[in-house]
Design a protein around this ligand. Structure first.
Ligand SMILES: NC(=O)c1ccc[n+]([C@@H]2O[C@H](COP(=O)([O-])OP(=O)(O)OC[C@H]3O[C@@H](n4cnc5c(N)ncnc54)[C@H](O)[C@@H]3O)[C@@H](O)[C@H]2O)c1
Length: 315
């Protein structure tokens, strides 16, 4: 059993705690605000029974998983003996710089120190550290206990051995690491999401479709395949002789679109009024929280389905 220190116990810290504890690790929660870890434990206690009911606790009981998560008030004690430190404090580069300096000084020499940052490049907050070779980003999608993909992003000085340890640690915890060869703004997933959103905003701004019709195109269309295979496997299977055949047949279609896709649309411009009107007609602002809970339950059902189908039908 490995000790994992969670530094910052908000949305992402508490979700990582579930992920690592259900994998059998001893998890310690720390936060600069003393009541945050307690709130995280309350959330975790509430979340575990439904995860167990959906077969998402590795066969462990909610009580056993909860017993593997503890609170530590002192940062030095929190990271003492840890093999992995997962920093999940607010998204501010100065804060990341300060906390990484502390973690590098306090964590055992052979511990991996990972940041959950959504968008800050690891080189910007680890450059001057003595142990910068053991620092990197592990960027999850919220919540990682339901969405396995996590981006492993090395700084230029992160050692390949540390990248490999981070990858293996995630795989052993049931996650699906995306190992970047080097850092890049937006990492992988936000770049792909950004490309899709940019086109979605443009389609609405130029009056070709409503926000709801764009959503249908993904929800009832492309995302059905995307929930179990990526765009490259999709095109490999969409032409009789595979990916090369697909490119020969269809690249022309996309080349023609590419020029039309170069113009930027201001997401905050008049198009936002249209999209917001569409969205609020379907979902009142007061119902956003209720709908977020619905989303989490749908995600849980999907995660359970994917695990079952991978076993019954094959990966
Ligand atoms: N929320 C998401 O969807 C999401 C997804 C992926 C990655 N992330 C990244 O994860 C990190 C944490 O985000 P979050 O959504 O959990 O935020 P959050 O606000 O829910 O949690 C941040 C926690 O950090 C604590 N904190 C504040 N100042 C601190 C300090 N100086 N030292 C230590 N802890 C401090 C807060 O008390 C809070 O508990 C960010 O870098 C964010 O970009 C967030």
């Amino acid at each position: 059993m490995t000790k994992v220190a969670i530094v910052g116990s908000g949305f992402i810290g508490r979700a990582w705690a579930i992920t690592f504890a259900r994998a059998g690790h001893q998890v310690t929660l720390w936060d600069a605000f003393k009541d945050a870890p307690g709130r995280a434990i309350d959330f975790i206690r509430d979340a575990l029974p439904e995860l167990a009911a959906n077969g998402l606790l590795n066969g462990r009981t909610p009580e056993a998983v909860l017993a593997d998560i503890s609170i530590e008030d002192d940062l030095e004690a929190a990271v003492a003996g840890a093999a992995h430190v997962q920093e999940s404090t607010p998204e501010q580069v100065e804060l990341k710089r300060t906390i990484f300096a502390k973690l590098d000084a306090l964590a055992p020499e052979d511990a991996v120190i990972a940041s959950s940052t959504s968008a800050i490049l690891p080189s910007t907050f680890t450059a001057t550290l003595k142990g910068r070779h053991r620092c990197l980003v592990i960027h999850p999608i919220n919540p990682p206990y339901l969405i396995p993909a996590a981006e492993v992003v090395p700084a230029p000085w992160t050692s390949p051995e540390v990248v490999e340890r981070a990858r293996a640690f995630l795989v052993a915890a049931g996650q699906a690491p995306i190992v970047m060869k080097r850092e890049l703004d937006g990492f992988i997933m936000n770049r792909m999401q950004g490309a899709l959103l940019e086109e979605a905003f443009r389609l609405v701004a130029d009056g070709f479709a409503s926000a709801e019709d764009v959503d249908i195109g993904i929800r009832e269309g492309l995302a059905l395949r995307w929930s179990f295979m990526g765009p490259f496997e999709t095109i490999d299977l969409n032409a009789p002789a595979g990916v090369r055949d697909y490119v020969e047949r269809y690249q022309g279609l996309y080349v023609n679109l590419w020029g039309q896709m170069q113009r930027r649309v201001d997401w905050g411009g008049p198009v936002l009024d249209d999209i917001e009107r569409d969205r609020r007609a379907k979902l009142k602002e007061a119902d956003l929280v209720k709908r977020q809970l619905w989303r989490d339950r749908r995600l849980m059902a999907l995660a359970a389905h994917k695990r079952r189908a991978a076993g019954d039908i094959g990966e």
